[in-house]
Design a protein around this ligand. Structure first.
Ligand code: FPP
Ligand code: MG
Length: 290
């Protein structure tokens, strides 16, 4: 069964090109909207499920390219809350694929720990089947202290749901008198998002010719370079990725301005205590789930 670690898919010439690109600034965080799996299935005359499987295999390959390039953090849109509206059969297929792959991930524990990979699933997990929630929580707890390489899988995610969740957390804090209305600012809302631990992405790539954000990371993309490419996700190759990173480097050089990042200003002890409480609640909930 295809693993999360693609092996030896990079040729010597590609390695050489990667090393050339690595002489320039490398994005710290890159996000992908992996679109076009079903069109790929139609184009190559295979079942939709096979198209999604090919999509997963491409993800594993792409993670290897990113590791080789020295990109520390990758975020991928694997399943939108909107995707629940697809046919029952397709939703089942995608849940089945996720089940299989998160199970596989747990089996690859030694490799994950050796490579220092941290997996975070961002999204509204309560909408997922119980057994899948458990698998996901186990994978997150297992890898939570790893920090060499971070993979955020947006699964059962939309940005608007993420923002609503953050607002609810803040309102609870105000209602419980942990914080006051005056403590509410951009940074506090950012700290309550599913993606609160991540810097904003430097690059977003969407495949398959669709020119939309589809409710992905709307809060986090305000300073991100966005690249749309016509290639279908299962056909995405290392040259597309290197092309985007190269364009990003040119734009960094010409604007001399790195992407808009969260500020690191001092937080009040009151807000800190509230955020610590939120984090502890999250952790306790996951431990119970796992
Ligand atoms: C978009 O193509 C792709 C998806 C909705 C699913 C993406 C999932 C994967 C690549 C597998 C990842 C799995 C895990 C467990 C991380 P589409 O279905 O919208 O295709 P279309 O645009 O051609 O209709
Ligand atoms: Mg699509």
């Amino acid at each position: 069964m295809m693993s999360w670690f693609a092996e030896e898919s990079i040729t010597t010439f590609q390695k050489f090109c990667i090393n050339v690109i690595k002489c320039g600034p490398i994005p710290k965080h890159i996000a992908f909207i992996m679109d076009g799996n079903r069109r790929y299935a139609t184009k190559t005359n295979v079942q939709k499920a096979e198209g999604h499987l090919k999509g997963f295999e491409k993800l594993a390959e792409c993670l290897e390219w990113c590791r080789e390039l020295g990109i520390r953090e990758v975020t991928v849109y694997a399943f939108s809350i909107e995707n629940f509206k697809r046919s029952k059969e397709e939703v089942e297929t995608l849940m089945g694929l996720a089940r299989e792959k998160f199970q596989k991930l747990l089996e690859e524990k030694d490799r994950l720990m050796k490579e220092g990979v941290c997996i975070r699933v961002i999204g509204n997990l309560s909408l997922l089947p119980e057994d899948l929630q458990e698998l996901i929580t186990k994978a997150m707890l297992l890898t939570k202290d790893n920090n060499r390489s971070i993979l955020n899988v947006a699964f059962s995610y939309t940005s608007r749901d993420e923002i609503i969740h953050s607002i609810k957390t803040v309102i609870e804090g105000v209602t419980n008198d942990d914080i006051s209305i005056d403590d509410i600012d951009e940074e506090l809302l950012s700290s309550c998002l599913y993606m609160h631990k991540s810097p904003n992405p430097d690059i977003l790539i969407r495949t398959s010719g669709e020119v939309r954000l589809s409710d992905f990371l709307l809060w986090q993309l305000s300073g991100t370079e966005i690249y749309f490419t016509d290639v279908l996700w299962p056909e995405f190759c290392i040259w597309h990725l290197l092309g985007c990173v190269f364009k990003y480097q040119r734009s960094v050089f010409s604007s001399k301005q790195l992407s808009h990042q969260k500020s690191n200003s001092e937080r009040s002890p009151i807000v800190d205590a509230f955020l610590q409480k939120v984090e502890n609640t999250r952790l306790t909930r996951s431990i119970i789930k796992a």
